[in-house]
Design a protein around this ligand. Structure first.
Ligand SMILES: [Zn+2]
Length: 169
């Protein structure tokens, strides 16, 4: 919070109050008019400082809300990512597969490594190319070539061995 905005509001109100105190001593209409103008300007200035302080406070509340949301989402992803393990299902191809022990009865699936690094989970979908099948990320649009003619149903992480027996023979 910018304290000068609060100080500006207080100073403006004090100035308005001082001007008002002097009203009783005024002798002419012209003097009154001058004082009214001074008073209006002091009130406007106080009002403007108060509005700025208010806007700044609202902006800070919004910023705090957004940060809290971001922290919640990061914490959630930190838990979620533990459910996946890096596997090498085919030669030259690395991805994250769901661990059976933390599957919560979800079927086996593979997720995008790029999205994983970016802090989100995107399930890879098979897509047929002219010569071979590839896996496609619907979020970041990454395409991962598998060197397979057909992609087999995904397996749980522990079921992928280091052997690349699924390659085209
Ligand atoms: Zn992706």
């Amino acid at each position: 919070m910018d304290m000068s905005l609060i100080q500006g509001t207080v100073a403006g109100l004090k100035a308005a109050s001082d001007i008002a105190k002097g009203f009783l001593e005024l002798k002419s209409i012209a003097d009154v008019q001058t004082k009214v103008i001074d008073l209006q300007s002091a009130i406007l200035s106080a009002q403007s400082s108060a509005l700025s302080a208010n806007a700044e406070q609202s902006a800070m509340i919004e910023k705090i809300r957004a940060l809290k949301e971001e922290i919640t989402s990061i914490k959630k992803w930190e838990e979620e990512k533990k459910r996946y393990a890096l596997v090498n299902p085919w030669s030259g191809f690395v991805t994250y597969a769901l661990k059976k022990e933390s599957s919560n009865s979800e079927p086996p699936h593979l997720i995008c490594t790029k999205c994983y690094e970016d802090g989100r989970k995107s399930i890879l979908n098979p897509k047929k190319n002219t010569s071979h099948a590839l896996l496609y990320c619907p979020v970041c649009k990454a395409e991962m070539h598998t060197r397979l003619v057909v992609i087999h149903t995904a397996k749980y992480a522990h079921e992928y061995s280091s052997k690349t027996h699924e390659e085209i023979k």
